[in-house]
Ligand binder design. Structure first.
Ligand code: G16
Ligand code: MG
Length: 210
């Protein structure tokens, strides 16, 4: 009943969510801000600037817009340095095989990511060829939970939202899918029970759903 699957990138296709955490942790430590895995869960799927605002909720001082920009830039440089360690080997066999099987079954595949680094990551993984469309942080004006990134992906594929199902690791992403009129599959433990239409423990389980 679906014609396409739209995948979130960080935390679904690859484990770059770990790198985001490490980079933010370093920034938070430098500023003396308390930051832990729980707060980190709220950053999933959220844009770079909005992520920083969430971290700053625990900050007593006040940053000028120039300082804010500088920290955002620093976070991204740090994050990009972690990405340099990533290779094709980080593109898991399970993910690769599942994407191939979905293509064999006739599904169109797309990326719907808030990240401005999405294409760079897909290139490092040599994963570009699996996707018919890439909608990311460079072609949107509103970030998840706004559905824009997924609606743009559907538009690129020439499909209606109801033809698409979204796979996400973030609460904000599941909310975005729902707001866009798409069914959703949650992976990982950051999405509250009952929010998504489906829930899987591992990537390959999607083959039992679509
Ligand atoms: C990802 C991450 C977020 C990150 C955002 C922006 O979204 O989950 O934590 O803040 O991208 O990333 P960047 O700083 O690379 O532009 P998604 O939607 O791929 O999970
Ligand atoms: Mg994600």
């Amino acid at each position: 009943k679906y014609k396409a699957v739209i995948f979130d990138l960080d935390g679904v296709i690859c484990s770059t969510d770990r790198f985001h955490y490490l980079a933010w942790k370093k920034i938070a430590d430098d500023l003396g801000i308390y930051f832990d895995e729980n707060i980190n869960q709220r950053l999933r799927g959220v844009s770079r600037a909005e992520s920083f605002q969430i971290i700053l909720e625990k900050y007593d001082g006040k940053l000028s817009s120039e300082e804010t920009e500088r920290y955002l830039d620093q976070k991204n440089k740090l994050y990009r340095s972690y990405l340099e360690e990533m290779t094709e080997g980080d593109f898991q066999e399970e993910v690769k095989n599942t994407l191939s099987e979905l293509r064999r079954r006739g599904y169109q595949l797309a990326i719907g990511s808030s990240s401005r680094n999405a294409k760079h990551i897909l290139e490092r993984l040599k994963a570009m060829e699996y996707f018919d469309a890439i909608s990311d942080g460079t072609n949107i004006t509103r970030t998840k939970p706004d559905p824009e990134v997924f609606l743009k992906a559907a538009e690129m594929l020439g499909l209606n939202p109801s033809d698409c199902i979204v796979m996400e690791d973030a609460k904000s992403g599941i909310e975005a899918a729902r707001a866009g009129g798409m069914k959703s599959i949650a992976i990982g433990d950051a999405v509250p029970e009952g929010l998504s239409d489906y829930k899987v423990k591992c990537f390959g389980e999607i083959l039992k759903i679509v």
